[in-house]
Design a protein around this ligand. Structure first.
Ligand code: PLP
Length: 398
């Protein structure tokens, strides 16, 4: 540890076991992509991408060409899907680093074709995943525009459709029709593609669904893939990092799918976020603590200063509303969280000294703080809790 002690520990063994569990749940005909976008959900690409490959992931999912280039340097053999698409001028980098882009706009296809020509790539030599907008209206080619888009894959094109892909907007909703509606639209797209036959239009994979889709069984996706003689591909993020998505609306008690129960019982959180006590002080009753005196000591108190603040990702909304772990006990955050520091009440915890470990997220003794605990108080979701952990917080594989 170099200097300021605020760090993240990544349990690579847990990550590998999670991948193995998800893969066994998905079944052998399904390809499981490990999603490592946004610095592996804030867990650190350098540690997590090679661990996912070690666990057997053949595919890694990233957002951008830049992230793809970073993953390529770590994982020379993995297939890398650039899920967020490319930007003008990035066709050459896609080819040079062996990335596989999601494409849905005509200009993206044109950019890739001209880069392929420059690299002397022959017919069908550059695989892409065509994204269909089936209802999320975020990215993807619409069903109306699909026939014209498919002309980019006509005979002689260097582009080849390796997968047909879509993203579900509500696979974490129990009992709403959104996913079924999206899958019906996806089937229309597959019908359109099949009717436009050409050598470069014979996809191998149907890439649909994230963590939540598997935990509800994923069986409709598998059936759809089978009907069109495709192999299903699922793209796991949150579950890979050991957090099962929560469903809202939730399943009725007793009606949770088996896959969800299994995941809840067996996934292991991968990340722990820690700091240390910088100093300890006693204050008198009536002392104001932190910016604007939002906490006033009601009695003589012992306070510990902790080297973690909102610049490290510790949400400012946690001030006066959350506890950290010290000596395996809950120490309430008193006053506002500052940029680089926060203060916890250790009056009830004996013998706290400078240098003692503080857990912001993870377990200590028998107590644990989860990403859901943070999310609930911050008014957000675990995905954001993780990805907001600051870049200056070192990620260490353990
Ligand atoms: C982030 C992302 C995923 C993974 O989502 P999780 O819910 O974290 O499993 C899958 N597919 C796409 C396109 C994504 O952007």
């Amino acid at each position: 540890m170099s200097s300021r002690p605020c760090w993240v520990e990544i349990d690579t063994g847990a990550l590998k076991e999670n991948f193995g569990l998800l893969r066994s749940m998905a079944g052998s005909e399904t390809e499981c992509m490990a999603v490592v976008k946004a610095d592996a959900y804030g867990h650190g690409l350098r540690v997590c991408a090679p661990a996912a490959v070690d666990a057997g992931a053949g595919w890694l999912g990233v957002t951008s060409v830049e992230e793809g280039v970073a993953v390529r340097a770590l994982c020379p053999k993995a297939r890398i899907l650039v899920m967020g698409g490319l930007f003008p001028g990035q066709g050459g980098a896609v080819i040079a680093h062996g990335l596989t882009p999601a494409v849905w706009d005509a200009w993206q296809a044109a950019e890739l074709k001209s880069a392929a020509k420059g690299a002397a790539i022959g017919g069908g030599g550059l695989p892409v995943h065509v994204e269909i907008d089936t209802g999320m209206s975020r990215q993807g080619v619409s069903l109306d525009d699909l026939p014209a888009f498919l002309a980019h894959f006509d005979a002689g094109s260097p582009l080849r459709v390796e997968a047909v892909m879509t993203h579900l907007s509500a696979s974490d909703e129990a009992g709403t029709p959104r996913t079924a509606t999206q899958l019906a639209k996806l089937e229309e797209a597959l019908r359109c593609i099949a009717g436009h036959a050409g050598a470069a239009l014979e996809p191998v994979w149907l890439s649909v669904g994230a963590s939540a889709a598997l935990l509800t069984g994923g069986s409709e996706i598998v059936k759809l893939a089978r009907r069109w003689k495709l192999r299903p591909m699922l793209r796991f993020g949150l579950a890979l990092y050991g957090i099962p998505p929560q469903f809202a609306p939730a399943f009725a008690r007793g009606e949770e799918p088996d896959a969800l129960r299994k995941a809840q019982a067996q996934l292991q959180p991968v990340l722990a976020w820690k700091s240390r006590v910088a100093s300890v002080a006693s204050v008198q009753a009536g002392t104001e603590i932190g910016y604007n005196g939002t906490f006033v000591a009601t009695e003589p108190m012992r306070l510990a200063l902790v080297a973690a603040g909102y610049a490290d990702g510790l949400d400012r909304r946690l001030g006066n509303r959350f506890s950290l772990l010290v000596h395996g006990q809950r120490a309430p955050l008193v006053g506002r969280v500052s940029m680089d520091q926060c203060v916890v009440d250790v009056t009830e915890i004996d013998g706290v000294e400078p240098g003692d470990e503080v857990v912001m997220l993870g377990c200590q003794g028998g107590e644990c703080i989860s990403a859901y605990d943070h999310a609930q108080v911050s008014g957000t979701i675990p995905w954001e809790v993780f990805t907001r952990i600051g870049a200056r917080v070192e990620r260490i594989g353990v």
